[in-house]
Design a protein around this ligand. Structure first.
Ligand code: PMP
Length: 329
């Protein structure tokens, strides 16, 4: 668990006290939403803590920055090391990590290219994202009246702060109307994704999920699920999905770093299957969480071990870890 005010936040290469991780009110990001960020989970396991798909998240982070012309001074390796330092330096075993790069400075004006870019990595305790019993009971969702941005408006592949304004509207609308989450359609009216999750439909034992061209974020949990499902011998199709396909699904589930694999039990009050998590959803969830938590072998190299005082003292570090001596405490 993170004890927020006592934790330290990585800021441009140093772990600094929580209260010192501040920006000026004139920062470009405050006025124009110019941030790019990531959400990554670190899981505890029998071999100690490990960060799930760390390098892939950092790669997407740098991709988001490139799309928005934000120069980041750090490589994938340096930022991945920064994440490991943030977990190890705060003596955490399980947490959510939020790397974020923001345009700061103290100037007005939309073009922020001349302004400084500062990078932070924030540790956070994030348990179940959508509801306490979401992973076992499933969640009730609605189709949102707010759509994902059209392809020539905001770049959906960039995980940037400004993109989340429409997600905020959709999520608030859903919650106010008594649902856990809203499913957004794309600008053509096809299913896109949740406000912070990708979506899968199971019908006749095949998985269907919207393609990148449906305005989705290129989710890493989505990618993990596609690989796990194919490895289990299941068919996975990336294709445009009409709204009504949701109502006639055998199973439906969300995927996301925060949401993990969350079954959906109803859409617009139409019950999916018999209203309880389906067999395929459960087997993918078990596989995903088992790999992330280190109880199922990691055949894809998705886990990056974090050294702890115990693991550093008892066994040699695998190649992907940062040595304890390199962790700036
Ligand atoms: N879509 C959106 C809009 C998101 O914010 C997220 C969470 N990052 C996802 C999908 C799922 O992505 P990932 O599996 O990489 O967390």
């Amino acid at each position: 668990m993170t004890d927020a005010p006592k934790s330290r936040i990585w800021h441009d290469g140093e772990l600094i006290p929580w209260r010192d991780a501040k920006v000026h009110v004139l920062s470009h990001v405050v006025h124009y939403g110019s941030s790019v960020f990531e959400g990554i989970r670190c899981y505890d396991g029998p071999e100690g803590p490990s960060i799930f798909r760390l390098n892939d998240h950092i790669r997407r982070f740098l991709d988001s920055a490139r799309i928005y012309r934000m120069p980041i001074r750090y490589s994938v390796e340096e930022l991945s090391d920064g994440c490991v330092q943030t977990v190890a330096g705060n003596s955490l075993r399980e947490c959510y990590l939020r790397p974020i790069a923001i345009r700061t400075g103290e100037q007005m004006g939309v073009d922020g290219r001349e302004l400084p870019v500062e990078t932070f990595i924030i540790p956070w305790s994030w348990g179940r994202y959508l509801a306490e019993d979401a992973l076992t009971a499933g969640v009730d969702v609605c189709v949102s009246t707010w759509r994902r941005a059209a392809p020539d408006t905001f770049p959906a592949l960039a995980k940037s702060g400004g993109n989340y304004l429409s997600s905020q509207l959709a999520r608030m609308e859903a919650r106010i109307n008594g649902y856990s989450e809203g499913v957004m359609l794309d600008s053509f009216g096809y299913v896109s994704e949740g406000t912070g999750e990708n979506l899968f439909v199971v019908r006749d034992r095949a998985l269907h999920t919207p393609p990148l061209a449906s305005g989705i974020l290129h989710g890493l949990t989505r990618d993990s699920v596609i690989r796990i499902a194919r490895n289990l011998g299941l068919t996975v199709v990336e294709e445009q999905i009409p709204r009504e396909f949701l109502y006639i699904a055998d199973e439906l589930f969300f995927t996301g770093t925060a949401a993990e694999i969350t079954p959906i039990r109803s859409v617009d009050r139409v019950t999916i299957g018999d209203g309880s998590p389906g067999e395929i959803t459960r087997s993918i969830q078990t596989e995903y969480l088992g790999i992330a938590r280190g109880t199922i072998p990691d055949q894809w190299g998705w886990r990056t071990a974090v050294p702890t005082a115990r693991t550093a003292a008892t066994r040699p570090q695998p190649a992907k870890t940062v040595r304890a001596s390199e962790v700036r405490a």
